[in-house]
Design a protein around this ligand. Structure first.
Ligand SMILES: CC(C)(COP(=O)(O)OP(=O)(O)OC[C@H]1O[C@@H](n2cnc3c(N)ncnc32)[C@H](O)[C@@H]1OP(=O)(O)O)[C@@H](O)C(=O)NCCC(=O)NCCS
Length: 175
């Protein structure tokens, strides 16, 4: 269920720390994402070692390229509530050389399918900055629809405020 044609989703390992360290310090990658303050390699290593097991409330998975076993990015399903059957999804392909290679679309499809089939979710939601055209294209392609636009709720690294869309995908709508 977590393996496609291009990528497989797997739990993160302590040995993934170097990749994660590179990505948290990559401005272009994080342009439209909520970023934490800079973290050292040691801090990220420790976080990887102390990482809690995946649970219904938070499933964090690495996106691994099948062809060479390389870690390409991370996808998570968070804040799942069994009573509501709703969760939010986040994704990034950290290795920018691999953007537009179909990896993000497949990884997100696998994660959503996992959420609907294994976790019995009814709705998966996400937030995306209006200017993030590539991400919005991928989300629409998978069947997500725009529920609403939240004005100037995201402060970018350019110091400006940007609108975000709340998007959702219902059980049975995944393409
Ligand atoms: C968004 C992201 C996860 C998509 O993953 P990806 O592997 O690059 O995406 P894919 O290759 O599967 O698909 C990219 C699609 O966007 C299209 N695209 C690329 N640039 C685009 C643009 N400026 N406008 C519209 N569509 C665009 C591609 O043509 C492709 O569509 P197609 O398959 O229909 O031809 C990845 O680019 C990423 O991590 N970006 C930075 C972090 C980020 O923005 N995360 C999401 C936060 S909400």
């Amino acid at each position: 269920m977590l393996t496609g044609e291009l990528v497989r989703l797997r739990a993160l390992e302590p040995s993934d720390a170097e990749s994660l360290y590179r990505w948290v310090n990559d401005w272009e990658l994080g342009q439209w994402m909520t970023n934490s303050h800079p973290r050292s390699l040691d801090q990220i290593r420790k976080r990887c070692e102390d990482r809690k097991v995946n649970t219904y409330e938070l499933v964090v998975l690495g996106i691994e390229k099948i062809a060479d076993g390389k870690l390409l990015g991370v996808v998570d399903l968070r804040d799942a509530e069994p009573e509501q059957g709703r969760a939010e999804v986040d994704i990034y392909i950290g290795d920018r050389d691999h953007w537009d290679g179909g990896y993000g679309t497949e990884a997100l499809r696998l994660m959503c399918n996992y959420g609907f089939a294994m976790m019995r979710l009814h709705l998966i939601a996400l937030w995306v900055v209006a200017e993030n055209e590539r991400a919005r294209h991928v989300y629409r392609k998978l069947g997500f629809v725009e529920d609403g636009r939240h004005r100037e709720c995201f402060r970018g690294q350019d110091g400006k405020y940007h609108d975000m869309y709340l998007m959702s995908l219902l059980e049975g709508e995944l393409k």
